[in-house]
Design a protein around this ligand. Structure first.
Ligand SMILES: Nc1nc2c(ncn2[C@@H]2O[C@H](COP(=O)(O)OP(=O)(O)O)[C@@H](O)[C@H]2O)c(=O)[nH]1
Ligand SMILES: [Mg+2]
Length: 321
């Protein structure tokens, strides 16, 4: 962070947006999160927010979120074709599978809305009409906390350094939610090998047996380049997965889908670990361990409760490759 141009105030903003997919009932968790997010960072930059929902936002929701920021706030309804079954899905079969997965106590296994949400975040958020004009985004969720001051503009940072995607936490996926995901990915890689650069980062997501190791960037936090998701290769990949039905016949999450695409299509230098962004999405947090962050008074997290070195985190693998 020696690049002083990143700290200048009154510089023009990057063409970027804060994207929040949220339900009306999450209003108060969201307000708390917005307060942290504004205090720690956005009050210095005033990047706009776009709130998205599969139902109309209430007046109360709009008034009480608008009050939390000096930024512009926009409220969008997600169209049905971005949130719901595509015609080739057999909904009876999908319902039976949900029941089985619920009985097996697989996390969100019984939820229909969670599946629509994961499919929307995998294939559509970057194409929503309120998002189309932006180049970069920061994904924000109700209930998360930011625990250190951020004194520079991460959007300008990624733009200047040709970074496509930034993360703070990485971890292992529950394999029962993705039984056939890797086979589908392998077929895609076979059919579309021309999309995959030589210096890809597939090593990060493969185990010794050449299967998916479950590692993914935790996508409730993302800072990234929207044009990557809009690229021909990613859209082909999403369609390929979507056609196979795994969003509904299994319970594929947007986090493994995003991460596998990033690992396939990008080089390591295009993906950035934001060590300086302390972030909590229960039950895990990233809290920088370097003393400087804490001695300077800029953070309020406990560095001994940092997930990076715990079992289940993939962040050490990221640095090992
Ligand atoms: N509008 C809307 N947002 C949803 C729905 N389900 C989840 N979300 C949002 O999608 C994100 C992820 O959902 P969350 O419940 O936090 O899942 P988790 O983080 O995987 O446990 C959050 O921003 C939620 O507010 C839904 O049915 N409708
Ligand atoms: Mg969440």
């Amino acid at each position: 962070m020696k690049d002083t141009s990143l700290f200048l105030k009154n510089v023009s903003r990057v063409n970027a947006v804060i994207i929040v997919l949220v339900r009306n009932k999450e209003l108060h968790e969201l307000r708390e999160t917005m307060r942290y997010f504004e205090d720690r960072w956005n009050k210095k930059y005033n990047y706009p927010y776009v709130f998205l929902n599969d139902e109309e936002f209430t007046q109360e929701f709009k008034i009480l979120t608008k009050q939390m920021t000096h930024s512009e706030t926009y409220y969008g309804l997600i169209p049905k074709e971005m949130w719901g079954y595509p015609p080739w899905i057999n909904q009876t079969k999908a319902a039976e599978i949900r029941k089985e997965m619920e009985e097996k106590e697989i996390i969100y296994g019984g939820s229909e809305s969670y599946r629509h949400m994961c499919r929307f975040n995998s294939g559509f958020f970057f194409r929503h009409e309120l998002i189309q004009k932006y180049d970069y985004y920061w994904r924000l969720e109700p209930g998360v906390d930011f625990m250190c001051d951020i004194d520079y503009d991460p959007f300008r940072f990624i733009q200047k350094n040709n970074i496509i995607y930034g993360f703070t936490i990485s971890l292992l996926e529950v394999q029962d939610t993705i039984p056939t995901l890797w086979d589908t990915v392998k077929q895609f890689m076979n059919d579309y090998s021309h999309y995959i650069p030589k210096n890809n980062v597939i090593k990060f997501i493969k185990n010794k047996e050449a299967n998916y190791n479950g590692c993914h960037f935790w996508s409730n936090f993302e800072i990234g380049d929207l044009n990557f998701w809009r690229s021909e290769k990613y859209l082909k990949f999403f369609d390929y997965l979507d056609q196979s039905g795994g969003f509904y016949y299994e319970r594929w999450g947007d986090a493994p889908v995003h991460s596998i695409a990033l690992a396939m299509f990008l080089e390591k230098s295009q993906i950035h670990f934001f060590n300086d962004i302390a972030y909590m999405h229960p039950p895990f947090q990233h809290c920088p361990i370097e003393e400087w962050f804490h001695e300077s008074g800029r953070c309020h997290c406990n560095p001994h409760k940092n997930f990076d070195d715990e079992w289940g985190s993939c962040t050490k693998n990221w640095f090992a490759i």
